[in-house]
Design a protein around this ligand. Sequence first.
Ligand SMILES: [Zn+2]
Ligand SMILES: [Zn+2]
Length: 385
Amino acid sequence: MLHIFASMETHRLRNLLHPDLLRERLGSEGKARTTLSFYRYVRLAEVEALRHELYAEWEALGVLGRIYISQEGINAQVSLPTVNLEAFRNNLDAREAFKDVPWKIAVEDDGKSFLKLMIKVRKKIVADGLADDAFDVTDVGEHLDAGRFNRKMAEGALVIDMRNNYECLIGHFEGAYLPKADTFRGAIDEVKDVITLRQAQGEELPEILLYCTGGIRCEKASAYLKHHGFGKVNQLHGGIIDYARQIKAQGLESRYKGQNFVFDERLAERITDDVVSSCMQCGAASDRISNCKEATCNMLLVQCEACAAKYADCCSPSCREIHLLPIEEQRDWRKGRSTRSSKTKAINDPEGLRERIRVEEELLARNGTLHPELIKVNQTKTNNA
Ligand SMILES: [Zn+2]
Ligand SMILES: [Zn+2]
């Protein structure tokens, strides 16, 4: 009996409502919300029990967002009613492990960044694919504030973007090295290769400046690069999120140009008005980022307004054809096809995409469809009728 009760309790500590309902509920809430993020590498015990405690306490404060906890710490991106900020601060400070943990408040924010509260227990708070016992994770690079980061850039330091490839698409520091890999592990190997190559060519290794979204990935990356003897390694304290805040507060020039990719419904927050990217479909200057609306595709792409209209918010004519079908026919077509992917994937070959679109438009004009399997299904239906 006790066992059943316990599992019911745990079950209640989840949000099972449909996204549309959640969106509506959030819209009608009428409270100003603040979006913020924080993380800390800290030893946590009894992580499962802690997870349930946090869920109950934070839900009561109206907290929404995505939180990962593990034995090595916490990584949280949340939004909450602005009136509850102080109560939330007190709640964090009440636990030794989270006491005084610095948080970063998002600059541009409509408070609609998260729809539900999700707290997940993970092996690591950032999936980095690195063997932690191979190096000292606490021997990190020097933390720089925005002003010092700008100065080192001006002195010719090597700036490296530690985010995944798709996060760099619509904004980055001027002249930064942007890894092509779509995983942290891949990016760090790439960076190692780039630096090693420069050293092999006899170049004197400049100081290294690392940056990422909120600073957390640079903790590991800097420790890793230091361990491998890559000289003076620095990192942007608090990441792009806090850089943007400092720039604004101190009236400094932003050497980060464009938008900052964020992991919530907004997809991006604007740092400067510069447009550093172009539409992957037509090549026009654009930094409008979105997902292909065809559910089995969902690829992330940079797409201008005109192309969004032309391709019905899809990446290609073949996705558009499915997306424009009546909803029941879309469902039929999706049967047996996988729609859910937890991993973000972006189109990384815009030229290839444009070629694909050209070929598909030709086929479409000739055959009237890019999905012959649809005709078969419809014919069967007609025959059966
Ligand atoms: Zn376009
Ligand atoms: Zn698509």
